[in-house]
Design a protein around this ligand. Structure first.
Ligand SMILES: [Zn+2]
Length: 253
């Protein structure tokens, strides 16, 4: 499997007669004179990284696509492999030296974490827990736009867990900080690993309790409650837990 990344982009090849995208095959990589720095994950995934300013102009079928965009063009099983590979590659490239003694790190024999053979320090991949919550008020769903969203993108609220917090505390704090309302009946819904940047998204449902929407304008552009027929926009990929939470709301209302 040729998973080749340049920063947060994936090298793909486009089918001659259609919009389907595939991973590049070995002969295409040979034509590109690309010698991947081989890394194996779980004994099967072979991947490497290239400079994002590589000249792909002699190879019109090859292109680098933003990872977020790429997620819309592969099946779930492949996407999980792509995410796993990108995250391990990023982790290895940003933890090349031991934070304790400064010597070079190397991959453990299990292949899942980095090890310093000088001082025996072990460095595990960073996984950042974050909550995402679908808040309902009767037959309405709270949807919002963060300041960094594209104009057509809307989603439910999300935020990172802080040191010392439970996930339920994160849900209440983030909701109050971002839109100024109190919620109740916070229930676990499901989870998803999300590689932007390295989040374990933990999904919840909750119900509106009290308060008027007051935006934290440093983070949020707009927010409001919408019935399923009024939903103003969607997340950028249908495979995200954000999108699945919204689908679940629509199915139930
Ligand atoms: Zn060390």
């Amino acid at each position: 499997m040729n998973l080749i990344f340049a920063a947060k982009s994936l090298l793909v090849t486009r089918a001659a007669n259609g919009d389907a995208w595939y991973l590049p095959n070995s002969s295409q990589l040979q034509a590109l004179s690309y010698q991947p720095s081989l890394i194996q994950i779980d004994g099967v995934n072979i991947l490497g990284s290239i400079s994002s300013d590589i000249d792909l102009s002699p190879f019109p079928e090859l292109r680098l696509v933003n990872l977020r965009q790429a997620l819309n063009f592969f099946g779930m099983e492949m996407i999980e492999k792509i995410i796993h590979a990108e995250q391990m590659l990023f982790y290895q490239s940003t933890h090349r030296y031991c934070g304790s003694c400064g010597q070079a790190t190397s991959l453990s024999t299990a292949g899942k974490w980095l090890h310093c053979s000088s001082c025996e320090h072990e460095i595990y991949p960073r996984i950042s827990p974050a909550m995402i919550v679908a808040i309902t008020r009767g037959n309405q769903l709270l949807m919002a736009q963060a300041n960094n969203f594209a104009p057509e993108v809307w989603s439910v609220l999300a935020g990172f867990c802080e040191v010392g917090e439970s996930l339920e505390q994160t849900v209440h704090r983030e909701v109050f900080e971002e839109v100024g309302i109190k919620i109740k009946n916070v229930q676990y819904w499901g989870s998803q690993y999300w590689p932007f940047p390295n989040s374990l998204m933990v999904g919840f449902t909750a119900e509106y309790e009290s308060g008027e929407i007051v935006l934290d304008t440093n983070e949020m552009r707009t927010a409001g409650f919408f019935t399923k027929d009024e939903i103003p926009g969607r997340p950028s990929t249908h495979l995200s837990i954000a999108s699945r939470l919204i689908d679940d709301f629509i199915a139930k209302h």
